[in-house]
Structures are given as C-alpha cells and as structure tokens.
Design a protein around this ligand. Structure first.
Ligand SMILES: Nc1ncnc2c1ncn2[C@@H]1O[C@H](COP(=O)(O)OP(=O)(O)OP(=O)(O)O)[C@@H](O)[C@H]1O
Ligand SMILES: [Mg+2]
Length: 249
C-alpha cells in the first residue's frame, strides 16, 4: 500500500505526519518505507540523516535503484532527499513518461512493505505528480480553519485529473486535522462545510498541538521515540491504528 501525504500549502504538517505515522506503523509491527520527495529534505533531517551519499534526486534521474539509497531508522526504512531533488524537475522535463518515474522506481520493492509513505513538497509540481501517479491513497493533513480550506479545491482537482489519466486507483483516504488546540472543540462549521461541499472523509483521529512533536526533530527522533507518553505519540499511534483498519482489504 502506497500512501502520499500532500497539501500544496506550506507548513501544514505533511512531514510531521509522514515521519510519525510511519514510525507508529512500524511500532505496530508493520514494514514501512518512508520516501522523502521534498527537496527541503526535512523528513531526512528529522530522522537524523544529514548529507546522505545517495538521495531521491539520483533515483528520480534513474541513476540508482531506490533500494540502494535506504537508511534504517526506528524499525523502518528511509529514502532520503536533499536540495538536488529540486533540479530533477528540470532534468526530467523532457523524459518520456516523466510523471511515472517514481512509480517505476517503486515497482521492485513496493511489495516488500506493508506501507510506503511519500512526503511531498508544498506544491503541485512534477515531484508531487510523480507521487500521485504512484500512490494508492492520499492523506491530506490540514488545520481545521477556514483559511486552510482554501486549497482543498485545488487538491481535489489535481487528484481528479490524475485519476483520469495516470492513476485509476488513487483515492483520498481522508483529511487529518492537525495542530488541533486541545482546549477547543473541532469547529462544527468546518465539518459541515466539508460535508456539504466535498465527498471527503475526515479521519476520526486528530493530532493535537504538542510541543514534544515540534521538539523531536532536533533530537533526530520521531515523537514516539523522543517522548513516548506525550499527546503527540498517543495521537499518531491512534492514527496508525485507524489507517491499519481503513486499509485492510
Ligand atoms: N501536532 C503538532 N504540534 C506542534 N507543532 C506541530 C505539530 N505538527 C506540526 N507542527 C509544527 O508545524 C510546523 C510545520 O510542520 P511540517 O514541517 O510537518 O509541515 P509541512 O507541511 O511538512 O511543511 P512544508 O510544506 O514546508 O513541507 C513545524 O514547525 C512543526 O514542528
Ligand atoms: Mg514538509
């Protein structure tokens, strides 16, 4: 099962969700591969991989096999990236089937994992299109505030376009409320707005704002490992359970 975490807006908790959902799935004894598809390399940095010898940039240029760049962290595998991934957009622009480079790279190893999770950059660029072409499911982390909903149309439209052409099976698994203020109830208006305007599910799980979550990357660890009894660890473990339930055939 390949799951892509997207939102073209910056800072919506994509990397946080990729890392901690991935580690929570590994904690639940699932075989997990995390793919850092963002030239910012935040996921790689978060898990303590700095200056990797080989990255997703070379994989996307078809210079090296994905299985040959993997690092092991917290019971899962990580395919790191760095800023060179930004050049890929230009370098593969003229390659035939440039939207399905990642899909081809994942074919030899996707079956070895229960979950492959792809962390995307904050754009609907060629890199993100590659992730959407390869993926089975999509998770959209977002803050349940009016302004955060503005980009939702664009995400839904992009996926509809991909569905018709590059990937029939793609499906939005759900919207994940993140950075939720635990003192406030999730706004009913937002729920109603989404129900009325979209055919989208909001996950039962939500991720509360938790300082341990934002501290964890400085220690090169997921929040599960950095602070096992924190709200952040608890929320991502509960979310992993929901994902396992939703994705078992
Ligand atoms: N549950 C949380 N509690 C506290 N802080 C959080 C939480 N989730 C995310 N953050 C903080 O919000 C910021 C943005 O998160 P993150 O880097 O995951 O977003 P992103 O969508 O990957 O960003 P980008 O679009 O740049 O890739 C980070 O500083 C992160 O520590
Ligand atoms: Mg990110």
């Amino acid at each position: 099962m390949i799951i892509t975490v997207i939102n073209q807006k910056g800072g919506t908790g994509k990397t946080t969700t990729s890392v901690n959902l991935g580690c929570a799935l590994a904690y639940a004894k699932k075989k997990v591969l995390l793919v850092d598809l963002d030239p910012q390399g935040n996921l790689s940095y978060w898990l303590g991989i700095s200056d990797p010898a080989h990255t997703m940039a070379e994989v996307m240029m078809e210079e090296i096999a994905l299985e040959d760049i993997l690092h092991e962290r917290e019971g899962l595998k990580v395919a790191p990236s760095d800023m060179h991934l930004a050049d890929v957009e230009i370098n593969i622009a003229s390659v035939e089937n440039r939207e399905s480079v990642l899909k081809r790279a994942l074919i030899p190893l996707a079956d070895q994992y229960d979950y492959v999770i792809i962390d995307c950059p904050p754009s609907l660029s060629l890199l993100t299109v590659n992730a959407l072409s390869a993926t089975d499911k999509v998770i959209v982390p977002l803050q349940m505030e009016v302004l955060s909903l503005q980009g939702l149309d664009q995400i839904v439209n992009s996926i509809d376009r991909i569905k018709g052409v590059l990937n029939d099976k793609i499906e939005i698994l759900g919207l994940l409320p993140v950075m939720v203020d635990s003192r406030r109830k999730l706004s009913r208006e937002i729920h109603e707005y989404i129900d009325e305007n979209y055919d989208l599910k909001i996950f039962k799980s939500k991720i509360r704002s938790n300082v341990r979550v934002s501290e964890a990357p400085s220690f090169g660890e997921s929040v599960l490992s950095y602070s096992p009894s924190s709200n952040g660890a608890e929320d991502y473990k509960a979310f992993a359970k929901e994902i396992i339930r939703l994705t078992k055939n």
